[in-house]
Design a protein. Structure first.
Length: 93
């Protein structure tokens, strides 16, 4: 049975993976480009972005360099789409 801490960690890792994907797509980078820069296959990169393989700290630093972002900014990234939705719901309420 999964405890609360394990569940929280799993959710945060998923959020990080989604952040990386959104930042990558916002910059117009394809998975092939990221994989080539990381010297891994596109399939391996895809699994990492989907949260199906482990993301090491070293790999996160590499991704940060490619995306030209500090890893803390990647971790704490707030999706503009979600932010805009929240602001619109505030105006309606």
């Amino acid at each position: 049975m999964e405890n609360d801490i394990d569940q929280l960690i799993r959710l945060r890792v998923k959020k990080l993976s989604l952040n990386i994907r959104e930042i990558r797509t916002n910059k117009g980078y394809k998975q092939d480009y990221m994989a080539a820069k990381l010297l891994i296959s596109q399939n391996a990169y895809s699994k990492m972005e989907l949260g199906r393989s482990s993301l090491t700290i070293a790999r996160l630093f590499q991704i940060g360099q490619i995306l030209e972002m500090d890893i803390f900014d990647i971790i704490n990234y707030q999706s503009p789409a979600i932010t805009n939705t929240l602001h619109l719901s505030d105006k309606v309420a």
